[in-house]
Write a protein that binds this ligand. Structure first.
Ligand code: 5RP
Length: 263
């Protein structure tokens, strides 16, 4: 559900007792506007001198634009960004954000990124944008990991949206790996699909790998056990569950913005 945006009320002096004119109609914010609200809130956590993990996706893009804007206004200084994808790298470069990598900056102060699903324990599904491996590598090195979503991303359990849990795999014998993943989660009614582009070709990640999207009919249960089983399968590079990684969750929704810190 979208946030209702209330137009500013005007009051006029009146000598009669007729009813006041109706308020301007509510404007329902779009999902992208909600993403922007969450993103701008997250940038309030950024301080000059920080090394920042820069996420990927349409929500993270708003945050990176905002960081660029504050840098140009001189309201933030000495920021270093570590991008989680080539796309984010290009965006940050175009905004003049100084960039680095994990080899030079193995510990980061803060990362800001979106998510595809957030469960009640702040576990995430990420990677529908295809960048889960670099996102996980970088966000695992951050002292604070701020996740920004609109409220449509909140789920009761991982996989609960009915949308994909992405898994990055090597291209070699990808059908074999897809079948193994499907069999691994047979009890949850898993269906594994290779991610393809509109032209039917396989989607290739920044790391030259493929993505298998897993769809579940039921809750997969123990997330850690599921994640460990996946990465033990030779051929799997990384899965898109970010378990116990988020430290702060910012949700923009109908009733406004909420900020929740992991207890
Ligand atoms: O994990 C991601 C990319 O790999 C994104 O953070 C996730 O897909 C959310 O994207 P968006 O902000 O566009 O909804």
């Amino acid at each position: 559900m979208a946030l209702a945006f209330f137009g500013s009320k005007t009051t006029t002096a009146s000598t009669n007792t007729t009813a006041p004119p109706p308020s301007p109609p509510h404007r329902i914010l779009t999902q992208d506007e909600l993403k922007k609200i969450a993103a701008y809130k997250a940038v309030e956590f950024v301080e000059s001198g920080m090394v920042l993990g820069l996420g990927t996706g349409s929500t993270a893009k708003h945050a990176i634009d905002r960081i660029g804007e504050l840098l140009h206004q001189g309201k933030l200084t000495n920021i270093i960004g570590v991008p989680t994808s080539t796309k984010t790298h290009e965006q940050a470069l175009s905004l003049g954000i100084p960039l680095s990598d994990l080899e030079t900056h193995p510990v980061l102060d803060l990362a800001i990124d979106g998510a595809d699903e957030v469960d009640p324990d702040m576990n995430l599904v990420k990677g529908r944008g295809g960048s889960l491996l670099r996102e996980k590598m970088i966000e695992a090195c951050c002292k604070q990991f701020v996740v920004i979503v609109d409220e449509s991303k909140l789920v009761e359990y991982v996989g609960g949206s009915g949308l994909a849990l992405p898994v990055e795999i090597v291209p070699f014998c990808w059908r074999f790996t897809a079948k193994k993943l499907e069999a691994m989660f047979e009890n949850a009614g898993c269906v594994a699909k290779l991610r393809v582009l509109e032209n039917g070709e396989a989607y290739v990640t920044d790391n030259r790998n493929y993505i298998i999207d897993l769809y579940f009919k039921k809750d997969i249960g123990d997330l850690r056990a599921a994640g460990d089983a996946m990465v033990r399968l030779a051929g799997v590079v990384e899965h898109g569950m970010f378990i116990d990684m988020a430290t702060t969750l910012i949700v923009a929704g109908e009733l406004g913005v909420t900020v929740r810190n992991k207890s």
